[in-house]
Design a protein around this ligand. Structure first.
Ligand SMILES: [Ca+2]
Ligand SMILES: [Ca+2]
Length: 176
């Protein structure tokens, strides 16, 4: 038996491979909403409670901030969101800051925009069929964050886009 979940770092709820206060905040939101994920159940009692959130917070603060680098990923091959249009059809890691977000429930889509106005500039899309893959609300969590997004760059009406399916495709800068 292979357990896909075994690769998940316990307590890493936003999928950036490290435990930070952001994960503790997500855990608290899960407590409030009564949501569950094995990654958030730190003490393994089958429920996500404030105890689990506190354990995540303790782990986050146990790592001194000065030992954290801004990005876990290598800088190699990372492109600016301004250049994304030059790499249509390629899988790339695109760096920028998400300056505005929209959730259109009726159109089953979330937009994470890197520029205002957004037309013609790189944009991330998350379809509603993948919203369950995020243990938080992407349009709230990622708003204002400096990120690196990895995926295939496609073009829709002159706008370069990456369709993101999992939180692991979006790395949030440490302290960003
Ligand atoms: Ca994390
Ligand atoms: Ca628990």
């Amino acid at each position: 038996m292979f357990e896909f979940e075994a690769d998940v770092l316990k307590g890493d709820l936003n999928g950036d491979d490290r435990i930070t206060t952001a994960d503790a905040i997500i855990a608290l939101q899960m407590v409030v909403r009564g949501e569950h994920s094995d990654a958030a159940d730190m003490d393994g009692n089958g429920r996500v409670t404030s105890v689990d959130a506190l354990m995540i917070l303790q782990e986050a603060t146990a790592t001194p901030a000065q030992n954290q680098t801004k990005w876990k990923s290598s800088d190699e091959g990372v492109i600016s969101y301004l250049d994304a249009g030059e790499y249509i059809g390629q899988t790339k890691t695109v760096e920028g800051t998400i300056v505005r977000t929209f959730k259109y429930t009726q159109r089953n889509i979330i937009f994470l925009n890197f520029h205002d106005p957004y037309q013609g500039y790189f944009t991330v899309i998350i379809w509603s069929s993948d919203w369950d893959n995020f243990p938080f609300e992407p349009e709230i969590y990622y708003d204002g964050k400096e990120v690196r997004v990895t995926g295939e760059i496609i073009e829709y009406k002159g706008t370069p886009e990456i369709v993101v399916r999992y939180p692991s495709q979006i790395e949030v800068a440490f302290g960003g």
